[in-house]
Design a protein around this ligand. Sequence first.
Ligand code: AFP
Length: 323
Amino acid sequence: MSRTTLAAYLDANATADLTAVVTRIADCCAAIQEQLRLGDLAGVLGSAGADNVQGETQKKLDVIANDMLKDALQACPQVRGIASEEEDSVVAANTAGHFLVTYDPLDGSSNIDINSMVGTIFSILPAQSDGELSEAEFLQPGRKQSAAGYVLYGPSVMLVLTTGKGVSMFTFEPGSRQFLQTVSNVSIDRDTREFAVNMSNQRFWASPMQEYVRDLLSGSDGPRGKNFNMRWVAAMVAEVHRIINRGGIFMYPYDNRDPSKPGKLRLMYEGNPMSMLIEQAGGKASTAYAPIMEVTPTDIHQRVSVVMGSADEVDTAMAYHKK
Ligand code: AFP
């Protein structure tokens, strides 16, 4: 059976400029997966001995993947600038480029050393000027994204992509080194019986979230009248991939440990790109109060509270917050 290549898909679903950027990212992720596959054989596991701007310990592979993407995108004429979870400030590329790219080079990096799932998440925004690059240019709400996606490094390597015309999945074929379309018109079930949240943070959540999760846990004995299953991979990219495939709700809610951080996840590297994918597949993505993609960022490293997945379940979670 002959499958649609990523190049053919982009030909039909993106401008030539956007195609060039997505292709550059996909090619770079194909190279990143080679480093991941080698693992300890390449001496790339373990800590890099430094913290990133968010105060988190960087893994060697965080640094390697970040540098690979940075080099690839800086060499791409269509890219004006980049912002990465692993960089303190925005990085200039080609002043005349039409796009800005934000990315999390290796989401779920605590999984690296246990040989579990990780991924690269990216968001592509329109450039705002052709003068000197500034951070302010990046501070656009997620609704402005031109494209978003992730590459999941799992048993197979998959690219999940939207250019605003639905969501498609591509599987990496190592022989040809190509991403081939394996699923088109992805659609998330509206309803679910599965949730993902780090329960160890429960005591720090706001009371509506406590109440919502308590009712999920009480299953058929509680007001929801049905039993729920729970999953936690500790990599948003893997949780979202599961939800895109079989429905569910993923939450990283606001917690009260540090009032300056409304949650753990980053709006521009995780929240917005995943929200675009989820909404394009018919799901919903909310802060628990409003769509994530309507938040106007004030800082490239801003955090956001996340409740996303099956539309009816996200609506239910939001209803607890409106009470
Ligand atoms: P990194 O981006 O630092 O690898 O962290 C991954 C992540 O932000 C997100 O992908 C997970 O949902 C979350 O952290 C898991 O964190 P905990 O299991 O520690 O709550």
